[in-house]
Design a protein around this ligand. Structure first.
Ligand SMILES: Nc1ncnc2c1ncn2[C@@H]1O[C@H](COP(=O)(O)OP(=O)(O)OP(=O)(O)O)[C@@H](O)[C@H]1O
Ligand SMILES: [Mg+2]
Length: 131
């Protein structure tokens, strides 16, 4: 486990952009941290680091946003059960591209083995990123 200390949203974005360069095409990355910790900022950096220039927004209605047909950004905050997640087809994305997942705790039983974990925590502009 390594730690990077970020002092701004921008630093977090740039760290994530570099981190993503080490990902393989079907990796699953679990972004862990409290509400407002910076998970979506990490996802934005990672998606940029994979060479995708689309604007990244938080997945809302569909729970998953797709980028370039090869990156899937999940926000499982509002997922109520694994049965619901299965019904929504959320497990079908694994193996189709890189999957970057916020609030993966809500679909814990559906996650493939070997997922990578990136944890972010802190306050007042400073964040510790464990990876
Ligand atoms: N060093 C930092 N790194 C990342 N974000 C930071 C940092 N310092 C302050 N922030 C702020 O923290 C907030 C992080 O928001 P973000 O939407 O990424 O959180 P989140 O973990 O995705 O929350 P949610 O669980 O609600 O989806 C932003 O407002 C950002 O500007
Ligand atoms: Mg978020």
């Amino acid at each position: 486990m390594a730690v990077f200390v970020s002092h701004s949203e921008r630093e977090t974005f740039l760290w994530a952009k570099e981190y993503a360069k080490g990902l393989s095409p079907f990796d699953v990355v679990l972004l862990k941290g409290e509400m407002g910790a910076g998970k979506t900022i990490l996802a934005k950096g990672m998606i940029a680091g994979m060479g995708i220039s689309d604007e990244v927004t938080s997945p809302t209605y569909a729970y998953v946003n797709e980028y370039g047909g090869r990156v899937f950004h999940f926000d499982c905050y509002r997922v109520e059960s694994e049965a619901q997640a299965l019904g929504l087809g959320l497990a079908d994305y694994f193996g189709r591209g890189v999957c970057i997942i916020e609030w993966s705790e809500n679909i814990a039983g559906l996650l493939p083995a070997g997922a990578k974990v990136v944890k972010i925590s802190g306050e007042e502009g400073v964040r510790e990123i464990e990876f």
